[in-house]
Design a protein around this ligand. Structure first.
Ligand code: NA7
Length: 553
């Protein structure tokens, strides 16, 4: 298991090489980091982005497994900050595949001349706040040293892979003699899986995309399922050029309408403002069927209360179970593939031919909920008292979400307070952006924000713009530090929890609550109030002169 392990390092200030000084250091050059660099540098600040990978692109660099594809339509899942960029860039498909998303990230880096301020292959090992100098001192494992007034963590909510122990020291993953791959650390070189006996553990979004692709290649595919997934069809295909032209005729208006929806996308699907319980059975069926035909995540907005009322939710869940039973020929396999938890409680998956894959003669589904994986062996794994043998193991086991990425950095605030101590019981922060005890630190798209439920581009543009306004405000007044107060932080955490109580998200185990990582505290980490309400709160705080923050001259 790759949980956060404290990587104590010598204090950065004790290293030999002199530190380079910046106004802002950004950690990460994914879509959040790239925009932060563009925006903050454009304000005349000295900015450097440090990126652990050998490429820009973040998520879309590491998650390059076969079938990796975005689950929000590309005309929506893209930057809005530059009208020229959004007009010029042409997506080829309704849902872009990973290579195209990576090309987009590279195009943005080149187009806005960002590379000169990005240092690749640089994993930040330590970041300590120096209270005397009021600066962040940052170092990398390869000896790099920097200081900056502000530290922006654009490390993403899902960038720390979850590697379960499977049987611990006695029967752990290292016992397996074959090849082990993780969906979020896929090799860059071509991989030949033809003729191989492949196993997959994990049936979340990554597994759902991988499984049909692996089934095409492998001679045998065994899928180990702990929790069945609700999968709606993507109906992916070439981008409809007429639709593209219509959107591009008023792209700004389309973006604005999207920002006004709960999730920052999907404004073209008119939500029914009624409860699913108030519709007749025929109306409900027609509404779900229409969303199913359109494809994508819009099924969950077919009625206004699918994510807040368990009884309404069960009607949508039952509809999808009906689809699974139609798609899968073997009744026992179909029942095993039918999820029992509320739909949307775990992130809804968008797939292509997922359920139909289990009709193939080379695919076997194994239930590791009833019979958990007991141990790995050199030739496979043991579950349900028998050994399953294979020669390649694909882990699609997800991420140590939200807190994992920050907690694997030796990140220390005032008085040497370590983020691992601060967040031992779960993430504490204010507005999802700032942490008490960690001045001049901002977390883009992290816990306590609507990141998990919001179109990522809408989220990062909003966060970066908010941070940029904040820095300009501080500089205009000659202030040096800004830090969340513990009271504001505690009120925010209460708000995050109270909001979750009104939803179906607490009705299952998921990465939203840390349950996918053994030993992680069970705490609801994202904010479920919807993007417009969240953005309004962030704006109100800024407009009030940063209420809830302690500001020092
Ligand atoms: P997810 O959605 O966290 O899925 C991980 C899968 O791995 C899920 O089916 C897990 O079952 C399974 N898993 C994790 N640990 C184990 C163990 N120990 N044994 C068996 N099965 C296990 O990660 P993804 O990468 O698919 O997607 C993450 C997000 O990326 C996604 O939501 C999108 O936003 C994009 P479980 O459900 O925990 O029982």
């Amino acid at each position: 298991m790759m949980t956060a392990s404290r990587q104590d390092q010598p204090p950065p200030e004790d290293r030999a090489a002199p530190a380079q000084a910046f106004d802002v250091l950004i950690v990460g050059a994914g879509f959040g980091g790239l925009y932060a660099l563009y925006k903050l540098r454009g304000m005349g600040l000295e900015v450097l982005a440090l990126e652990a990978a050998e490429s820009v692109g973040g998520t879309w660099w590491v998650n390059r497994y076969p079938g990796a594809r975005v689950d929000i339509q590309s005309l929506e899942y893209s930057y809005s900050f530059s009208e020229d960029l959004q007009q010029d860039w042409r997506w080829t498909e309704r849902y872009a595949a990973q290579p195209e998303l990576l090309r987009y990230a590279n195009h943005v880096a080149d187009r806005f001349d960002l590379r000169r301020d990005i240092r690749l292959n640089t994993r930040v090992g330590a970041a300590h706040f120096d209270e005397v100098a009021r600066r962040w001192r940052v170092s990398s494992a390869d000896g790099g040293r920097w200081t900056a007034r502000f530290l922006v963590l654009a490390i993403g909510p899902l960038s720390s892979p979850n590697l379960p122990a499977f049987g611990g020291a006695e029967g752990g993953i290292e016992r397996f003699a074959g090849q082990v791959l993780h969906s979020a650390a896929w090799p860059n070189e071509p991989l030949e899986l033809r003729g191989r006996d492949v196993a997959v553990i994990g049936t979340g979004s990554s597994g759902v995309q991988l499984i049909p692709n692996l089934a095409d290649q492998a001679s045998a595919l065994t899928v180990f399922q702990r929790t069945a997934a609700y999968v709606v069809p993507a109906h992916n295909g070439p981008l409809d050029v007429a639709w593209e032209a219509r959107i591009k005729a008023d792209y700004a208006g389309f973006r604005a309408r999207n920002r006004n929806t709960y999730s920052g996308f999907g404004s073209e699907l008119t939500p029914r403002p009624i409860s699913a319980l108030d519709a007749t059975a025929e109306e409900r069926e027609a509404a779900f069927e229409e969303r199913w035909r359109v494809g994508g995540l819009g099924l969950l907005s077919a009625f206004r209360d699918l994510l807040t009322n368990p009884r309404a939710n069960e009607l949508a869940a039952g509809f999808v179970r009906g689809k699974i039973r139609q798609a899968v020929r073997d009744p026992a396999t179909a029942e095993l593939l039918c999820p029992r938890h509320p739909i949307g409680c775990k992130r809804l998956c968008v797939g292509t031919g997922y359920y139909e894959t289990f009709n193939r003669p080379n695919v076997v589904l194994v239930d590791v909920h009833a019979h958990p994986i007991a141990a790995m062996t050199p030739a496979g794994l043991v579950a349900g008292g028998r050994e399953h043998r294979f020669d390649t193991l694909v882990l699609a086991t997800g991420f140590d979400a939200f807190t994992g990425p920050a907690m694997r950095i030796d990140l220390r605030g005032r008085g040497g307070l370590h983020i691992q101590d601060k967040w031992r019981g779960g993430p504490l922060n204010y507005l999802g952006l700032a942490v008490a005890g960690f001045p001049n630190l901002f977390y883009i798209a992290g816990p306590g924000s609507t990141s998990a439920f919001t179109n990522f581009f809408v989220m990062v543009e909003h966060h970066v713009d908010w941070v940029a306004d904040c820095l300009a405000w501080l500089d205009a007044r000659g202030h040096t530090t800004i830090e969340a107060s513990t009271e504001a932080e505690s009120d925010w955490v209460t708000f995050v929890n109270a909001t979750a109580e009104k939803t179906v998200y607490l009705g299952c185990k998921s990465w939203y609550v840390g349950d996918n990582v053994p030993g992680k505290p069970h705490v609801f980490m994202p904010l479920a109030c919807g993007f417009p309400a969240y953005a309004k709160r962030c704006a109100a705080v800024a407009n009030s002169g940063y209420e809830g923050f302690i500001i020092e001259a």
